[in-house]
Design a protein around this ligand. Sequence first.
Ligand code: MD3
Ligand code: FE
Length: 276
Amino acid sequence: MAGLVPAIHVFRAVSTDVESSLFFGSPHILTANRIHFAEICSRTTALEKDVDPRNKSGDDASRGIFQNRTMSPITLSPGLVYYPDYLDRPAQERLLQSLREITMQAPLFTPRMPRTGKPFSVRMTNCGRLGWVSDVDGYRYQPTHPETGKPWPAMPEQVLRAWEELSFYPHPPDACLINFYEQSARMGMHQDKDEKEFEAPVVSLSLGDTALFRYGGLERRDPTKSIRLRSGDAIVFGGPARLIYHGIDRLNAGSSDLLPQGGRLNLTLRKVDKAL
Ligand code: MD3
Ligand code: FE
């Protein structure tokens, strides 16, 4: 963690107009985002001229940084930014269709706990250059599916655009882990620390049934808070939030009709290796 702090201050010093705890801002990336955003989210857009700069309600949308007024980031704690309803329904349906195609190439597998071999209740697959896997030998990222031995399918354009829009990180992600929760599935409190690059945030996209997400601090014993993640929500963990404990306590059955049989899909986009 110690090495992370100076980098945050450098970024903050050069990006005062993107304060809002987005630690990876640069004017260059923001310009690119304006072009991409309309494609991610097909709802009514607000151009900068529509936004009154005297509106001091405090969020970035009202300051005209984002093209779409429906993109309203909420900072839950330093480095932890929540984007309710980031993907509208058509965008959710397009992403779901891409995930169906991915799971035909790279079927869901059941990860197992290191040493004990106890199965997770969440099933998983991946897309992108690297995928996260877990078996008796441990947690790791690898370039091939653990059962088929084939390379992971490519990341959909839509996922890469979400990373560009939300990560404020100047390199593309290496891995996109796809978690599938049936009604009774849970994910215990853990830290994501199998990556080598902790200066990149983790971007999460949720589809399907609402989940009760719990997050705490850098120590397991730290107090926790909970929020519900709904279909289409995005949440970004960067800077001081990158290594916080987090987990999924339960799903709300029947809360979304996106997946015909119910359940929940979560995508986590990550930079695994240090950029060259
Ligand atoms: C906080 N997934 O795959 S997403 C995971 O909903 C994971 O499937 C949960 O935790 C899910 O590792 C939670 C939200 C999330 C993702 C990555 C994080 C929170 C995070 C990385 C660092 C800190
Ligand atoms: Fe996690």
